[in-house]
Design a protein around this ligand. Sequence first.
Ligand code: TRP
Length: 350
Amino acid sequence: MLPLINSAADSSPVSFDAPRADDVVLTGDRPTGALHLGHHAGSLTSRVALQGRCDQTLLIADLQALTDSSGRASHVAAHVEEVALDYLAAGIDPARTTIAVQSRLPALAELTVLYLNLVTVARLERNPTVKAEVEMRGFARDIPAGFLCYPVSQAADITGFRATLVPVGDDQLPMIEQTNEIVRRVNRLADTPVLPECRALLSSTPRLPGVDGRKASKSLGNAIPLGASADEIRTMVRAMYTDPGHVRASDPGRVEGNVVFAYLDAFDGDVAAVDELKAHYRRGGLGDSVLKERLTNVLEQIIAPMRERRATFVSDRGYVREILRDGTERANEITHSVLRDVRRTFALGE
Ligand code: TRP
């Protein structure tokens, strides 16, 4: 069995079946910064598990990144290759997973333009993820139109590959729902179904907090990057939020909300030992430094092989560019064939 589960709420209109061999898997990342341990615990591990079992594409979504970062265009451009390096470091095998760059797939842009005719502004404004992001970024009415419409571009990403399974975090469920609405509209316009609906695949790991206990984010600098050095790991673990009421080692401490335990739960394979540490911590008599030392070692064991793999690819960036070129070429063929079908639906010629 794959180390993946689908336990999400039954009430959601998005479905969550287990992966099937004939699934087409598509997922993406905005290249706004280095990938971090939260990505590793959540999506990267399941992507590595899926490759070779399903047809899988990873899309580096640089156009989507520009929808809220147009002022940082060169930062986004520079991170396209960095995200590819993170994939390769995490064990993504380009022979079994296609890695493609969104901005070099013109069919996706054209699909977006066509789909925009099937979506209302009111529906876009109701998308809960867009709503939360607009609030977080303080856009108010000055929201870039491209940002408001990025769920439509994401629907183009997903349908452009005829994807049936989309591994994502739960914040992306509204995107899947909106994608399927668009799929149904396109299929209704056509005589025969043109596009498949897709299901979400959620990771079994709860969202990993940042070292300060807030939401982990590339921009807050509170996440441990996959390329972290041993020193960076040590420094960030030392700064981790624990229990402010746990002043002396002898004091009883809280496990809930304690970031060190959240990371041990996610990465320490010895579950029985972690349970014992939790009990000891709650009773009192266990200092934070002992826990942090253990976590530092656990994380180093996970990151060291990735750091090594990353270094070999960094020394051959020409090869990394070739991987992106090949993957994007393959993706261009697929997305163009989908575009041909969708254009026909809109009574547009070849
Ligand atoms: N919106 C996703 C995120 O911010 C990234 C993304 C772009 C994506 N295109 C996609 C995810 C297609 C899944 C499928 O994480």
